[in-house]
Design a protein around this ligand. Sequence first.
Ligand SMILES: [Fe+2]
Length: 150
Amino acid sequence: MRAYYLDKPDRSLSPEELAAEGILSWQLPTDPADYAAPLDTIRAERGYVEMDEIHLGPATENLEGLCTMFFREHLHTDEEIRFVVGGSGIFDLRDKDDVWMRVHVVPGDLIIVPKDKYHRFTLDEARTITCKRLFQDTSGWTPVDRVPAP
Ligand SMILES: [Fe+2]
């Protein structure tokens, strides 16, 4: 994971600075045999009872349309939890002063976007990612677009 201010790529953000913005992150092993136990611990501690896997890649139907949708600034009324198991991607998140922070995630990265935090997602130049999505439940998890977009 590499995190920085979008308009200041040299200004890195530490996991502690992200946590101060409510964005929690973990670095887990990339081998399933090694990440299973720590992932189960996080799921149990935080009550993530549901989990599925999403893949985006060149073979994904309407990939560019999906990316356009994911890149619209939005929030959720519940946490968005993603554990990257393949590929890579980009989360942009607003800090408390409404400034974009960029988090580039790679395999082994687990990130929690807190509820009510404006953010957007896109692929990087590799154009592929595989993530496990964790949920407390799926009910409060509809994107709410920022309107009007700033
Ligand atoms: Fe989201």
